[in-house]
Design a protein around this ligand. Structure first.
Ligand SMILES: Nc1ncnc2c1ncn2[C@@H]1O[C@H](COP(=O)(O)OP(=O)(O)OP(=O)(O)O)[C@@H](O)[C@H]1O
Ligand SMILES: [Mg+2]
Length: 186
């Protein structure tokens, strides 16, 4: 029998870990990058989109839901009873992944570890200078129902989407877009 061996190894996420993220206390997903695409199934509210949102934080940007970072941390039933702004809510969360990238294996971690609304990023344990560094390892593009105005609404949103598509092929595009927008504002 001939054993089927892929000609080249697929790139992608080999392991995904969530900590205090949305409905997950902790979750570890091990994925075989040589297998065909991953399909998430489960009943409504099971946490499928939450996993996709976690993956979306592994690339530059504000994530799949453009959520406030403090809303992403797992809340318990007791937190929901507290009036807004009262009590100590758990605000820390983390997503980490082992990624098989073009230049080899890399461990990427991101999350919120203090009261700042800035997302912290570590690449192989070292703090990243900025979010665009993430684009060197992984690219992700999404089209969700919340983006239904994309094709007939604000052209700026459409340009951002197209820029994200280009970033999937050219990691340097993120820095160029930032420079361009800065130059435009001068
Ligand atoms: N910060 C949070 N803390 C705890 N639970 C949360 C938080 N944010 C969202 N959830 C819970 O996550 C669940 C929704 O998860 P998600 O949107 O991933 O579901 P889904 O599997 O995609 O559902 P559907 O099939 O309806 O799209 C809800 O039960 C919601 O209460
Ligand atoms: Mg969903």
């Amino acid at each position: 029998m001939i054993e089927h061996k892929p000609h080249h190894q697929r790139l992608g996420i080999e392991q995904l870990r969530l900590t205090s993220f949305r409905c997950y206390d902790t979750l570890t997903l091990s994925l075989d990058t040589d297998l065909p695409p991953v399909v998430l199934t489960g009943h409504n509210g099971a946490g499928k989109t939450n996993i996709l949102e976690a993956v979306s934080y592994l690339v530059p940007g504000r994530g799949l839901r453009s959520a406030r970072l403090s809303d992403v941390a797992k809340r318990g039933p007791e937190d929901r009873l507290l009036p807004e702004g009262v009590g100590v809510l758990p605000v820390r969360w983390a997503v980490s992944a082992r990624i098989r990238a073009m230049m080899g294996m890399v461990n990427v971690g991101t999350g919120r570890c203090d009261t700042s609304e800035r997302r912290q990023i570590r690449i192989d344990g070292q703090p990243a200078k900025n979010q665009s560094e993430l684009g060197q390892y992984l690219s992700a593009v999404w089209l969700t129902p919340a983006m239904d105005r994309l094709f007939c609404g604000d052209p700026a949103a459409r340009r951002r989407f197209l820029d994200r598509l280009v970033q999937a092929f050219d990691p340097n595009h993120a820095a160029m877009t930032t420079d361009y927008n800065y130059a435009l504002k001068q």
